[in-house]
Design a protein. Sequence first.
Length: 401
Amino acid sequence: MKIIKFFFYLSVLMVIFVLAGIGVLYHLYHTELPDVSELTDVSFQVPMRIFDEEGGLIAEFGEQRRFPVSYEQIPDIVVNAFLAAEDDRFFEHPGVDWQGLVRAGVELLRTGQKSQGGSTITMQVARNFYLGREKTYTRKLKEILLAIKIEQTLDKREILALYLNKIFLGHRTYGVKAAAQVYFNKELDELTVAEAAMLAALPKAPSRANPVTDPVRALSRRAYVLGRMHHLGMIDTHTYQVAMETPLPGRLYASSVVETDSPWVAEMVRQELVERYGSAAYEMGLRVTTTIDPKAQRAANQALRNAVMAYDRRHGYRGAEQHWPDIAELDREALLNRLASVPMVGGLPAGLVIAADTKAATILMADGSEKELDLDAVKWARMQREDGRLGPVPTSVNAVV
């Protein structure tokens, strides 16, 4: 027992010496650290966006999906979820959680393993903006010193806003606003407790443990965050229980919804901006408003679509896109899953013939609905012959489908 106590006190003493050493190093080398004052006016990488004359989105170009927001635009439930997951003492410590570091240091000395990180949100800001992700003791020391310097330059809200706008959350998404749209198709102020907790669960492994890539792992991480929020008194028991039962999102949404279909104009603008600014054009947050009238553009698109479809029908029917000989062996859910994998062409969804006779055919759509095709609907579908001429008008539906 005495030996155990001796090593415990020795471990604590060594940690104290380490902390004292950090203080000395900061005073000796703080002038050699990067200038963090630039964090007061950060320009995030924001994609290029092109709009019609009424402000409707035509196109977006850029590697990173991001929509920077101020601290005041981030709801408390989102802030609390990230604090619970990453740094619940954020508003109490001076950039470095000495209690957490002591705990991590004792654990390291006791087991030889870095099982507890001790990184604060401020330390993560230092890492994300200045240091990269290499795992060395030298980088950790710089991270600590930079965190102290950042706390002396910015207030807590500014630091938290930087963190919540900079952080990578999977699927090319950076920052909480873009993540809310990509995972839930919602604005930040529309998120539920369960959704906020899911976002806060992402930073540990955003590419591997998000709800689309690995739902089981994502559910486990979300449960951890909700448990922390409940333990810290951020949510009551009823809210916690409801959130725990909430299903995960099963798909991704576009971070920006195209409102006006005018890709050729968008490409002309993109080429012009890249010629002027180079590859930086994709990161500068450029917003270009064109003279495209959305109503006229929609009318032109529809007129062209109608003309192309009429031309296609005049030249006869070329047969089904795909044949699935095993549909009799598949249940409805399996059929719907397979249908969902067939891409739409020109906005036209795929349909599967599940029954047909001479008078009508039943078509299963990817959304689970069923549609009927009668003989009048397929009379245009005259088969093309080898010589290019069209065959006779169909006299039965099952002869076509």
